[in-house]
Design a protein around this ligand. Structure first.
Ligand SMILES: Nc1ncnc2c1ncn2[C@@H]1O[C@H](COP(=O)(O)OP(=O)(O)O)[C@@H](O)[C@H]1O
Ligand SMILES: [Mg+2]
Length: 160
């Protein structure tokens, strides 16, 4: 999956602050990339724009040659769920759901909970949580919670 941004800008708030200005970059398919910069410099904001979690104020983002700003909300939601795995700084696990249920949540949205059950278990085994499938998030350590979030990001077998 290739991601290309052209002169992307982002303004937020009232009065508006310019957070990002003219970001032009190309991430070719298969690229492994790290984005570094001081805290507050706009890394998260850029990732939200490149993945369709937020919309640009100016410029454009093309994912596999389709312009995210021309896609309908539903299309973007579908694109995110299927093509991109997200691991957030704050893990956003659902407190009432078990480890296994949290990992299967993106699959549940498409009625694929059963198909992906074995995959969920194998990913949880890879991240060392096979003995904690039925625990609730509050019964885990911070690092374990983060590993559940990684497993959840991989359950749809995303391109990115
Ligand atoms: N909703 C918002 N309203 C106003 N300013 C914001 C908002 N979200 C982020 N910012 C500001 O945008 C800048 C970039 O934030 P962010 O992309 O989260 O930085 P990073 O991930 O590099 O630490 C910061 O200065 C932050 O204070
Ligand atoms: Mg950040």
């Amino acid at each position: 999956m290739s991601i290309v941004s052209s002169k992307v800008g982002k303004r937020i708030g009232h009065p508006a602050t310019q957070i990002l200005t003219d970001i032009t970059m190309e991430i070719p398919d298969g690229q492994f990339l790290s984005l570094t910069g001081r805290s507050g410099s706009g890394k998260s904001t850029l990732l939200y724009l490149l993945s369709g979690l937020d919309s640009v104020s100016s410029g454009s983002v093309l994912v596999d040659n389709s312009d995210l700003s021309k896609m309908k909300r539903k299309e973007i939601a579908h694109f995110r769920n299927e093509k991109i795995g997200f691991v957030f700084q704050f893990n956003y696990l659902i407190a009432e759901l078990s480890v296994l249920e949290n990992v299967l949540l993106p699959a549940k949205k498409y009625g694929q909970e059963k198909n992906r059950l074995e995959l969920a278990k194998s990913i949880l085994e890879k991240v060392g949580l096979n003995e904690k499938l039925n625990r609730l998030p509050r019964e885990l350590s911070g690092g374990e919670e983060q590993r559940v979030a990684i497993a959840r990001a991989l359950i749809m077998d995303p391109r990115c």
